[in-house]
Design a protein around this ligand. Structure first.
Ligand SMILES: Cc1cc2nc3c(=O)[nH]c(=O)nc-3n(C[C@H](O)[C@H](O)[C@H](O)COP(=O)(O)OP(=O)(O)OC[C@H]3O[C@@H](n4cnc5c(N)ncnc54)[C@H](O)[C@@H]3O)c2cc1C
Length: 440
């Protein structure tokens, strides 16, 4: 209930930007709080719908993603505590959590990182109808106003985008804020119940800014950037690609921090095609980010593929076999079992598995995209749905889609069958997580 004389606050809504360093949106909230003599309430609000089963659809939040997220939130909370700041962790979702906080505080302004996610932008729109909200481009390499094009002019395909963007200067990286305002905490905090889920045992991917920066430093201290392009298509192995994606997806590390270290690596140890290719791949991420923003809800549209075929019992069976790694095609089953067990799959594996589902099993690509959303620890709305559209031929592929020949892929990328053998024995039904406390 609102009363007179409620404390005035600036509110910072953490989203997929779970870090303190190079967080221009957080810095803007801090500056705002100082300027207006407000305390700062740092809020992370889980969306309960991510844990709901809708019809036959499993919850969007799978077990591995959940574990990585909780570890990231835990690390963020620790890092804030080290600055004498608190983090309120709510399970009410963005809109309701802010409404609840407004019963305790007078919210003078809200700051949040801009997102390409359509539903997240709808929530921000709803919130801005009642409160002053400022959004900040914080998840991409460039801010929109620095791109050499408007969103309307964004090319449909990657290559023209890359050619226009890659010469643009990158924005500077900022450090962890030094001067913090007073901290506020809301009574909607549920962290004491959630913290038990922040364990990271059994995974090489440990969520959080601390682990993400340590991984980035370690990668750039090795020789791996100089050989990245030669090995990036391999199906297994920790060092065949950068493994930056989970930390990027949750914003534990920013793409600019990666680029800053990459430029330093090139200056000290030499630039080559491989070091350039890391930038090239980050530009793919950038392209899909702006493409997702431009497409809005169209990112989830089938554009002509026959959804009805996916609803036939045969297509449903094929989808289930694919998702469990039970297709009988060893390479596909190995890819899917790797995903189900670890929450990660190589880029080549994702392309092959997606192509198989669409082109060989004849299933609506959106079922595959939704399944990846649930399972991938690096799930990113724009990259995931954009890549699926690309392979299905309804998105940014100038060649109108990709159909991979599985036999050829097996011969090229797993000629001795090591990858297939590694996952042949692994066969469990996918577990999904539905933590009841989030819904109560
Ligand atoms: C069907 C499909 C679904 C995908 N879903 C996602 C997703 O949800 N989240 C996600 O981050 N990536 C997704 N990707 C892209 C890519 O597979 C992963 O980014 C990559 O495998 C992550 O491993 P890495 O960090 O070692 O990549 P690296 O090869 O080391 O690349 C470095 C970084 O570049 C970016 N990148 C590389 N390839 C792509 C690409 N094709 N599209 C966008 N960014 C790229 C990533 O941020 C990555 O961390 C998907 C690809 C396919 C084909």
């Amino acid at each position: 209930m609102k009363t007179a004389n409620m404390p005035e606050i600036t509110l910072y809504l953490f989203s997929n930007d779970l870090r303190l360093s190079d967080n221009s949106a957080l810095q803007a909230a801090i500056d705002d709080a100082h300027e207006n003599n407000n305390a700062l309430l740092c809020l992370y609000a889980l969306e309960p719908h991510l844990f709901n089963r809708t019809g036959n659809q499993s919850p969007a939040m799978g077990a591995a993603r959940w574990q990585f997220l909780m570890a990231s939130v835990s690390d963020l909370k620790n890092n804030l505590n080290n600055q004498q700041m608190d983090l309120t962790v709510s399970t009410l979702g963005w809109v309701d959590a802010i409404e609840a906080a407004a019963d305790e505080f007078t919210i003078k302004s809200i700051h949040v990182s801009a997102t390409a996610g359509f539903y997240e932008r709808q929530a921000i729109e709803t919130i801005s109808q009642k409160y002053p909200v400022k959004t900040h481009d914080n998840q991409s390499l460039y801010v929109l106003s620095e791109l050499p094009m408007t969103l309307n002019e964004l090319p449909k395909h990657f290559t023209p985008f890359r050619k226009r963007v890659e010469k643009t200067d990158l924005p500077a990286v900022s450090a962890t804020p030094q001067r913090w305002p007073d901290s506020q905490r809301s009574c909607i905090d549920r962290w004491s119940e959630l913290s038990a889920h922040a364990s990271v045992e059994g995974s090489q991917f440990k969520g959080g800014e601390t682990a993400g920066l340590a991984h980035l430093n370690q990668y750039m201290a090795s020789d791996l950037p100089s050989s990245y392009k030669k090995v990036r298509n391999e199906l297994m192995g920790w060092s065949h690609s950068t493994k930056f994606s989970p930390w990027l997806a949750w914003g534990c590390v920013s793409p600019r921090q990666i680029m800053q270290q990459l430029r330093q690596y090139e200056a000290e140890r030499g630039a080559n095609e491989s070091t350039y290719w890391i930038f090239f791949e980050l530009l793919w991420r950038e392209f899909f980010h702006w493409n997702g923003l431009k497409q809005g809800s169209r990112l989830f549209h089938s554009k002509g593929s026959d959804v009805a075929t996916s609803k036939t019992p045969k297509a449903c069976e094929k989808f289930i076999d694919w998702s469990k790694g039970h297709t009988g095609v060893p390479l596909i089953d190995a890819c899917m079992r790797q995903l189900n067990q670890s929450g990660y799959m190589s880029n080549r594996g994702r392309q092959i598995a997606a192509s198989y589902l669409i082109n060989d099993a004849g299933v609506d690509w959106r079922l595959g995209a939704a399944y990846f959303e649930q399972q991938l620890i690096d799930y990113d709305v724009a990259s995931n749905w954009g890549n699926w559209q690309y392979i299905a031929g309804v998105g940014a592929d100038p060649r109108g889609g990709r159909h991979f020949n599985i036999e050829k892929q097996q011969k090229t990328h797993d000629p001795k069958g090591h990858f297939v053998k590694r996952w042949a024995e692994y066969d469990v039904t996918t577990q999904s997580v539905r933590p009841s406390y989030v819904l109560s």
